[in-house]
Design a protein around this ligand. Structure first.
Ligand code: HPA
Length: 234
């Protein structure tokens, strides 16, 4: 048990998928994972451990935003020995060709700040995905025929953004999409020598204003879950 995760020692797998939404964690456990067992419900941030094609895997909610994800990822890595962490989430497209339902695999992430900024001080650390996970996820997505983009994203501290000028600069510089967690996940993976990737479904577009209807979100999210699992156990 840690401060924020109630699982007993050994109840967390070395491979962890992290959706932001704890109910999404339950949906993934119910629909993709065999013999899924509830291992955490502290603060309602559900976590489940089971198997996928015989491989042990945990699905643990991260909450929204980098400070929340940072708490769960720190405890998963430092206290439970997690070695592979894949964020599965949604993002807002920032390029004309990044459409709803597409998958974005984040090579790196731009930020204004992360929970690690205080430690890095003047250093602009460049967070990067694990290349093995990234290339395996790309192969899995391509094999499924899912439209996939690989490149830089933006991990924002705010959903309701008052800085359209920043969005404009990022779009101009080829940033694919915005979400709120990946950069800190990549920084923690680097700090502790583990593997991380963010695999994201485009749920809305900041360019066109299009948004995925809620009944369609599940299907797109399901493709991404399978891409993440195939990459993790490739
Ligand atoms: N902003 C931040 N996070 C998001 C968005 C967004 O527009 N869409 C999905 N996750």
């Amino acid at each position: 048990m840690t401060i924020h995760i109630g699982a007993k020692p050994g109840q967390i797998a070395e491979t962890v998928l992290m959706p932001g939404d704890p109910y999404r964690a339950r949906w993934v456990a119910e629909n993709f994972i065999e013999d899924a067992e509830l291992v955490n419900e502290t603060r309602g941030m559900l976590g489940f451990t089971g198997t996928w094609r015989g491989n042990r895997v945990t699905i643990q909610g991260s909450g929204m935003g980098m400070p929340s994800l940072s708490i769960y990822a720190n405890e998963l890595i430092r206290d439970y020995g997690a070695k592979t962490l894949i964020r599965i989430g949604s993002c807002g497209g920032m390029q004309k060709n990044v459409n709803v339902r597409d998958v974005v695999l984040a090579m790196t992430s731009t930020t204004l700040s992360t929970p690690s900024s205080g430690m890095f001080r003047e250093l602009n650390f460049a967070p990067v995905a694990d290349y093995g996970l990234l290339s395996a996820a790309h192969a899995a997505a391509t094999a499924r025929g899912v439209a996939t983009h690989v490149g830089g994203i933006y991990s924002s501290d705010v959903f309701y953004d008052e800085r359209p000028d920043l969005t404009e600069q990022m779009t101009r510089h080829g940033v694919l999409a915005v979400e709120m967690e990946a950069a800190e996940l990549y920084i923690l993976a680097a700090r502790y020598g583990v593997r991380a990737l963010a695999a994201l479904t485009v749920s809305d577009s900041l360019v066109t204003g299009e948004a995925l209807p809620s009944e369609e979100r599940e299907k797109s999210f399901g493709d991404m879950v399978e891409i993440a699992l195939e990459a993790a156990f490739n």
